[in-house]
Design a protein around this ligand. Sequence first.
Ligand code: BES
Ligand code: ZN
Ligand code: ZN
Length: 522
Amino acid sequence: MTMAVTVESGDITQVQADVVVVNLFEGVTEPSGGTGAVDAALGHLITDELAQSQAFKGKLGDTLCLHTHGKLPARWVVLVGLGKAEKFDDTAIRRASAAAIQACKTLKAKTVATLVHGAGIGGVAPDTAARLVAEGSVLGHYEFTKRKTGKDAKGEAKPEPLAHQIDRLILLEKHTEKHPEKYEALKQGCQLGLDIAAGVTMARDLVWDSGNHVTPTVLAEAARSLNGGAISVKIYNQEDIEAFQMGSFLSVAKGSVEPPRFVHLTYTPPSGKARKKVAVVGKGITFDSGGISLKTNDWIEVMKMDMGGAAAVIGLFKALSARDDLDVEVHGFVPTCENMPSGGANKPGDIVTSMSGQTIEINNTDAEGRLILNDAMTYAQRHVKPDELIDLATLTGACLIALGYAASGIMGTDQPLIEQLRAAGDRAGEKLWQLPLYDEYETFLKSDVADLKNAGNDRQAGSSAAGTFLKAFVEEGQKWAHIDIAGPAYTKQATPEAPKGATGVGVRTLFYYLYQLPGTRA
Ligand code: BES
Ligand code: ZN
Ligand code: ZN
């Protein structure tokens, strides 16, 4: 069940809720605004606690739970740190909101109330503030419990319950009747944040779930569920993919008993006016064993996440499915299959012909992402002729090694596009770091027998080598950016807004980019 988030008029000291959340900048000892009002109602419990506490200093994402002892209608107050005032930004709002919701979960709250535009957040435009609080709260509330029954062998509920769900989050604003425009802005910002978060949630659910559940067929059906309104979805099967002559994609798929799918999603602006056409392509390997070049490292059991790029594309369309106000024609492409070792699988040394006509020597069957992406990119360029082509893929372990979970790698043929995506990522709370596509890397991919080979002979510049391979399929003059999300897609380093495991990375960057959403500093 999802947590309902609503903007309402009311006073933070009067509101009927199980928990009231208030915030504080680092180092502040005398709270003002809503936090000050709650402090006064509590007989200065907050001020006293701040004077004595070693545990809570208002650091970003730190929380302190205080019992109200009947001094407020709410049973608990959660105080959340906003960090240093001079470092305050979009990420701080999302993180503080997410941390607060997590504290409310530990208190088993059903209804939570917080100020949406009060102390701290007051300097930010109301719609931006509401959007970020809604986004952060839903992202922090998220847990993947779909595959847990919570029952023992006798079918009885275990004493340790499944994740606690908060039913309702109220974003409060005082005297909205006096400020109808502001109230409207808060409501619209909140809805935008919820739509974005719903997209991220869908992407997380798809990435968390296992390879036996999220097969290529199931992934395609998840995309199909978005069909309707401004979105249309077409799904192509094995025969269609053969007719498209996607020999590179098919060569990966043929190692598995699961049939491949190729998904084309389209968002057509209901206004009929599109300022540009953007194609996004997502790698949809539902399990990457490495193929005959079988993986031997620790990463193999998390290779269900190798469809993180596809999940980002589908999640983006999930977010768009709730909206009718984007003035961009968006095309999403998802080539999806498994990479398995079998008697029918690609063999190292095999030579395949891509849809582009170029032949590829497969010297490493574990470099399969680029084999499915190149055909999807060719299809996108030929069939929709996009102004901009963006691909997202959990493409290389090298990118994870270079940048960690903290950032995705970005590279491409158009510097302004790369810079705009990086800026959108910063506002979205998803870092992108540019890696080069130097001409020198082309020598890695020289083949004696085919037009190019799919992997270098050694491990140098692995992410750029993969990017260089993809670049060979980018047509003259095409603006293209490649985003390698291998690090952030599935993380062991949790933040409140992106708990461990599937993060849904990419959805927000793409959405913020397409909508040109402003940041806290506009
Ligand atoms: N799916 C992997 C990349 C990956 C590794 C993603 C770890 C997330 C975490 C990709 O298909 C792969 O195996 N790439 C190879 C390329 C190499 C064979 C040139 C790699 O990174 O080792
Ligand atoms: Zn691989
Ligand atoms: Zn892979």
